[in-house]
Design a protein around this ligand. Structure first.
Ligand SMILES: [Cu+2]
Length: 252
């Protein structure tokens, strides 16, 4: 009986020991990312995500310019999530055009950036249910998106830095507007043309600041350990960012 309990308890303890320092770095953390063009969208951009002090919500600021499509631009946080595990990964490149038709469509990008975790709508619901609510996403060839109070799903709370920001919407025929009757339909839904959902920008996130570090070390042994772990996590994220840059350079 004791043996059984010990066997059950050991993995749980290991999970807690690993999860605790990361969770401590979640509240009040700030993440930033550069957004890189996909599918010759012509756009560039940047994003900043600030987690609230209680860790329950986030504020997102996203600025992007130069889209060749005059909107709408669906914006999502994508991630490869399996239960409570979130895997770090990289943005797709032209090499991910599996069917070789010249466009990395939204589904072809999924093995890289995962599925929609949060829909960065302008109002109302922000769950994956709103992923295709194109009337609640920004329009225009330039986008200045700002929204706060966005609920953070539980699985993402310690893992914002492993997510991708993806902005969708490209112009394929040079007229600058969304062609609802485009012959090629979205890989997600027949209701939308491919122009509407193909990714235009993608970026990974790197932590810029964490709440506990900003407010100073507590001086307790536990805090020191926590800080060291957080720095370790930060270095891991920096490694991902570097790997991304390297792969971009290789691709270019
Ligand atoms: Cu998306």
């Amino acid at each position: 009986m004791n043996k059984k309990l010990a066997l059950l308890a050991a993995p749980a303890f290991a999970t807690l020991a690993l999860a605790a320092p990361v969770a401590a770095a979640h509240e009040g953390s700030v993440y930033e990312g550069q957004l890189w063009p996909l599918n010759d969208s012509g756009a560039t951009g940047s994003v900043e995500i600030t987690v609230s002090d209680d860790g329950e919500t986030m504020a997102v600021e996203l600025d992007a310019t130069g889209f060749n499509l005059d909107g709408p631009h669906a914006i999502h946080l994508h991630g490869i999530v399996d239960g409570e595990d979130v895997m770090a990964s990289v943005c797709p490149t032209a090499a991910d055009d599996a069917d070789g038709d010249g466009v990395v469509d939204v589904v072809e990008g999924v093995p890289r950036y995962g599925t929609v975790q949060v829909s960065l709508t302008t109002e109302g619901d922000t769950s994956p249910d709103s992923a295709l609510a194109i009337d609640r996403f920004p329009g225009g060839t330039d986008v200045a998106y700002q929204r706060s109070g966005i609920p953070i799903p539980d699985a993402l709370k310690p893992n914002i830095g492993k997510l991708h920001v993806v902005v969708h919407g490209i112009d394929e025929n040079g007229n600058g507007t969304l062609d609802l009757d485009q012959d090629t339909r979205s890989s997600l839904t027949e209701d939308l043309p491919r122009e509407g959902t193909a990714p235009a920008l993608c970026g990974t996130l790197a932590v810029q600041a964490t709440g506990p570090i900003q407010t100073g070390a507590g001086g307790l042994a536990d805090s020191t350990g926590g800080t060291a772990s957080m720095l370790g996590a930060g270095l891991g994220l920096a490694g991902v960012a570097l790997a991304m840059r390297r792969s971009r350079h290789t691709a270019a």
